[in-house]
Design a protein around this ligand. Structure first.
Ligand code: ADP
Ligand code: MG
Length: 433
């Protein structure tokens, strides 16, 4: 695969030739591939933002070059530069940078003006995004009435409105409390995973590193080294699986159906049931066998992909490469999710555990259902989630409450949605407690 963005021996010098000359980047060569989630990490003043704005084409290199999809920035005309900025990139800053004289909706629509979309389409698209991120109700308000976290989500909507391939985010959660920060980070991650956008995020906060596929570590005006994040190998299969509150009901149920399976096999089985639909039982067996190896850290993500993609006749699962790639991504994603969730809970009290899981699920629900939930419904949802976490209701009861009509005191989801949400919750809770 060709890189979507690339620099070759890039150097950037501020105030070149003057007494206050400053070399902000020296000889930096990087390659970023489509759909990657990249973090630029390092202490303040090491050139992270400088590299980000160089990729955007805002800074002139003193030496070396920057390329978008193989094309050197030097070869773009003025007009092409403007289009490149508007169409290929969405940007999120630390200071939200919303216009306080415009309402939320108009802030989101603003970048569309540069690419001349018609007004009705613009509005619909913007409302769709606001809905997705749970801030639709704020559309007509001025940004100043929103919390910091909500303002940053508006900025994320604005960054997405032109449907760019690449999202650049410069310390996007630097000003937010940890809970709002998490929501914004989850939002950016879902843009990477669900919308398949390349995300490049600058941060000096190591807590966020697990969100990335790959991290460039910055030091002294350049990159010291890079690290590929390997979420799957961090899955701790030896962790205590018999925690309180019946947290592993999903796995317990499976164990009843498949009494001979070991714990890693059960996990793979739960994951494959959840992630894979149209395969033969024999293919499913092979997928699960490969997944067990991946979850145990015995094979790499790449080898996992190869085994899935290898033809059935040769002993593989025989999946199309696109299907295999999607499956690898989703397994890696869900493992990472479970791990981030677990890390977040390490020192948490029961109360904040509950709160956090409820938040996480709330975010999924809002995204999956385009934010169509009225507040009362949301409250009911959170109550049943709490009850489920406490073990006051079992899995089946949980599904029942989710799918009972709103007028009859339930949450009012369709059975399919209720089932999906309940399973998602079991998976997240059961992968690691
Ligand atoms: P980081 O994002 O890693 O904190 P920056 O890329 O913003 O670092 O800055 C790297 C260095 O370049 C800093 O020492 C900063 O002071 C300097 N710098 C950044 N922008 C300018 C500018 N416009 N003029 C002069 N120096 C700058
Ligand atoms: Mg910076």
């Amino acid at each position: 695969m060709d890189p979507i963005l690339k620099t070759e021996n890039l150097s950037v010098i501020f105030n070149e030739g003057k007494s206050n000359e400053y070399v902000a980047l020296k000889d930096v060569s990087i390659e970023i591939f489509p759909k990657e989630y990249i973090i630029f990490f390092g202490p303040s003043g090491t050139g992270k933002s400088t590299l980000l704005y160089s990729l955007l084409g805002l800074l002139q290199p003193a030496a070396g070059k920057v390329m978008l999809k193989g094309r050197d920035y030097k070869s773009f005309s003025e007009k092409e530069i403007n289009l490149r900025t508007a169409k290929s990139f969405g940007i999120v800053f630390q200071q939200y940078n919303l216009l306080f004289s415009l309402n939320v909706l108009d802030n989101v629509i603003l970048p569309q003006i540069f690419i001349g979309q018609n007004q009705r389409e613009r509005k619909e698209k913007a409302m769709g995004l606001l809905r997705r991120f749970g801030i639709e109700a704020r559309a007509k308000q001025p940004p100043a009435m929103l919390s910091g976290g909500q303002q940053q989500r508006v900025a994320v909507c604005r960054a997405l409105i032109n449907d760019p391939d690449i999202i650049l985010a410069d310390e996007p959660v630097g000003n937010l409390d940890s809970e709002s920060a998490r929501i914004v980070m989850e939002t950016l991650k879902s843009i990477n995973v669900k919308d398949a956008k390349t995300v490049i995020l600058v941060t000096h906060d190591a807590r966020y590193l697990p969100y990335a596929d790959r991290v460039y570590f910055f030091k002294d005006a350049g990159i010291d080294h890079e690290e590929k994040m390997k979420p799957s190998t961090n899955l701790d299969l030896a962790a205590n699986e018999n925690g309180p509150e019946g947290k592993n009901a999903g796995l317990e149920r499976l164990a009843r159906v498949h009494p001979s399976l070991s714990l890693p096999e059960l996990k793979a089985c739960a994951l494959s049931n959840w992630l894979v639909e149209e395969v033969t039982p024999e293919q499913r067996k092979r997928i699960e066998a490969s997944m067990v190896k991946l979850l145990a850290g015995k094979i790499s993500e790449h080898q996992f992909f190869e085994e899935l993609n290898l033809s059935y006749a040769k002993g593989g699962a025989g999946l199309y490469s696109s299907t295999a790639a999607t499956l690898v991504r989703r397994v890696v994603h869900i493992s990472r999710e479970a791990r981030i969730y677990a890390e977040n809970l390490k020192n948490a009290t029961d109360e904040s555990r509950k709160h956090r899981l409820a938040k996480l699920l709330r975010l999924y629900v809002l995204e999956d259902h385009k934010g169509n939930l009225i507040e009362e419904k949301m409250q009911r949802l959170e109550t049943v989630i709490d009850e489920r976490i406490e073990g006051a209701v079992r899995h089946e009861g949980f599904i029942k409450q989710l799918s009972t009509k709103f007028s009859a005191g339930g949450v009012g989801f369709t059975p399919v949605v209720a089932q999906r949400l309940a399973e998602r919750m079991e998976i997240i809770m059961s992968l690691k407690n």
